[in-house]
Design a protein around this ligand. Structure first.
Ligand SMILES: [Zn+2]
Length: 133
């Protein structure tokens, strides 16, 4: 099996679970961004701008990430989890936490832009009313 993103041979997997499609988290994320971008150009409604649409897509993605994080945390905390599994689980946990953090940071940036745009609009409206009177 080779990575679906960069074509490099996939590293051996520990344990069971779904077979890996990507060699690294960065390839997984690149593939996700590529899929999301192609979805956006295909299905993007005209009355939504790119940022609003991206934050909606991320909204669903972050729900998945939270479920994954909670499941990982449950396994991580379970007493019967073998010691050899702790390192890979903690790496996955850190990775999921980082992805959740990145989405929060992107949302904060988007919220800041929206707030600034609303402030501009309010100021324009204020000027307009003053001139109108
Ligand atoms: Zn790869």
């Amino acid at each position: 099996m080779n990575c679906e993103q960069c074509g490099k041979p996939l590293p051996a997997r520990y344990g069971k679970g779904r077979p890996a499609h990507y060699c690294s988290d960065s390839c997984k994320q690149a593939a996700y961004r590529k899929r999301k971008a192609s979805r956006m150009t295909k299905n993007r409604p005209h009355d939504l701008d790119a940022d609003a649409f991206a934050s909606m897509a991320d909204g669903r993605f972050i729900d998945v990430l939270r479920v994954v994080r909670d499941r990982l945390m449950a396994v991580f905390m379970a007493e019967d989890t073998p010691a050899t599994a702790i390192a890979p689980i903690s790496r996955s946990l850190v990775d999921v936490a980082k992805q959740i953090d990145d989405i929060h940071a992107a949302e904060d940036a988007a919220a800041g832009e929206i707030a600034a745009a609303m402030k501009d609009t309010a100021e324009d409206a204020g000027e307009f009313n003053m001139n109108d009177i």
